[in-house]
Write a protein that binds this ligand. Structure first.
Ligand SMILES: Cc1cc2nc3c(=O)[nH]c(=O)nc-3n(C[C@H](O)[C@H](O)[C@H](O)COP(=O)(O)OP(=O)(O)OC[C@H]3O[C@@H](n4cnc5c(N)ncnc54)[C@H](O)[C@@H]3O)c2cc1C
Length: 377
């Protein structure tokens, strides 16, 4: 069998790229090892769609993502759960490290505004008008009215279904174990059950934490990218979510998202660990408690919320300079890779897919992807 575009990985990035290509009339095959959205793009809760305090090199992609997210449900014909709730990055300290605190707020707002992420510096009074239940220590915030959340599982499923509806083949339980490379081109991929798919135009390697090993094994390319296990908790406060917006924090490891069913997703930089016997990630009790404590210190109403879910089983790829690698695989003419999302790859996925589809079809790298080269290290 031959397809013009072959995609490895059925998370948000692979499914969005499949849709972008199929929507442009291209012949697409996506191969997913398990089920779509079974990796970092699945699980409970919501993902933040956030420009606030994002690495500056990602802001052009975020500006494109702000443009794409609001109409996606309509274009895909299925609900992505996207809501433009607005987002606050809460500030408690005068100065934190070299990058945070009240002293840095206006500078961050200015640079975000200049790069298409509308941002306001709020005093405590104005924070209270938006977030009445916030703790006494909060002295201000960076507010981004365009920030919000989406349902990652639903969004990934919506992309996959829309890609299929436009004629793409999306094959689940089809792990790619072989990649044939000849004359500097990826020519075919193979699966353990003996299937072989020839590649007409381009191969897109979008299998997140598995991409570095695949690149090493089949292309002899090594990336400074590794696996982390982000921790996510679901708590049920007695009187519903005390916050109304997507909440991040200037110096605490804390992210809070009100959920439509009255729960709150608590996360923000806490990690699980790998259990080699079970071959999966698991939570670390001290980190669960640390995350809950941080949440209750900012929103006292969360101190007696019931913990009903703790998960650290969804591996994510992390890069040495905390922004992704999105590039042509060095030494090849037609293989593109996206990995190393470093815990914030969901929000920009539609914009990355749009840019990658353009690159794969035309051979010209969009300017927005220039910072993410595989050789920058
Ligand atoms: C708990 C948690 C919270 C997060 N919060 C946010 C947030 O608030 N905002 C945000 O922007 N981002 C967030 N992220 C990060 C974001 O979810 C990820 O960056 C994004 O989902 C990565 O998508 P992906 O498609 O690259 O990877 P994945 O969803 O992991 O998909 C990769 C797929 O490739 C498949 N695969 C692997 N090897 C092969 C193979 N050989 N052949 C075929 N298929 C293969 C896997 O089965 C998997 O389904 C969070 C992540 C986690 C885990």
């Amino acid at each position: 069998m031959k397809h013009q575009f072959v995609i490895i990985g059925g998370g948000i990035h692979g499914c969005a790229a499949a849709w972008m290509l199929a929507d442009a009339g291209e012949d697409v095959l996506l191969l997913e090892a398990g089920e779509t959205a079974s990796g970092a793009s699945g699980g409970f809760g919501r993902r933040g769609v956030r420009g606030n305090r994002r690495d500056l090199r990602e802001l052009p992609l975020m500006r494109a993502a702000y443009r794409l997210w609001p109409t996606l449900s309509e274009r895909l014909g299925a609900d992505t759960g996207y809501e433009r709730t607005g987002g606050l990055n809460l500030i408690e300290q005068e100065a934190t490290g070299t990058k945070g605190g009240l002293v840095a707020a206006q500078a961050h707002a200015d640079v975000q505004n200049r790069n298409g992420v509308p941002t306001e510096v709020l005093t405590r009074d104005r924070v209270l008008a938006l977030e009445p239940a916030v703790g006494a220590e909060v002295r201000g915030a960076l507010y981004c009215p365009f920030d919000g959340t989406a349902d990652h599982g639903a969004a990934t499923a919506a992309f996959a279904a829309a890609a299929r509806a436009r004629g793409a083949a999306v094959e689940e339980y089809s792990p790619v174990t072989g990649v044939e490379v000849a004359g500097g081109r990826a020519t075919a991929v193979t699966t353990p059950d003996g299937r072989r798919y020839e590649i007409g135009q381009a191969l897109l390697i979008l299998n997140n934490t598995a991409a570095p090993d695949l690149l090493r094994e089949h292309f002899g390319v090594s990336l400074p990218v590794w696996r982390i296990l982000p921790q996510a908790l679901r708590v049920v406060p007695q009187s519903g979510p005390p916050m109304r917006h997507l909440i991040g924090h200037d110096h605490r490891s804390l992210s809070l998202k009100p959920l439509p069913d009255g729960g709150v997703m608590v996360s923000g930089g806490w990690r699980g660990r790998w259990n080699a016997e079970l071959d999966r990630g698991e939570t670390v009790e001290a980190n669960v408690h640390g995350n809950l404590r941080a949440a209750a210190e900012v929103y006292a109403d969360l101190s007696d919320a019931e913990l009903d879910l703790a998960d650290a089983a969804r591996p994510e790829s992390c890069s040495a300079d905390e922004i992704p690698v999105i590039d042509r695989v060095p030494g090849t003419a037609n293989a593109l890779v996206g990995t190393g999302w470093t815990g914030h790859g969901f929000a920009i996925a539609p914009a990355v897919a749009e840019a990658l589809a353009f690159w794969a079809r035309t051979g010209a790298r969009p300017e927005s992807l220039a910072p993410f080269s595989a050789t920058r290290f």
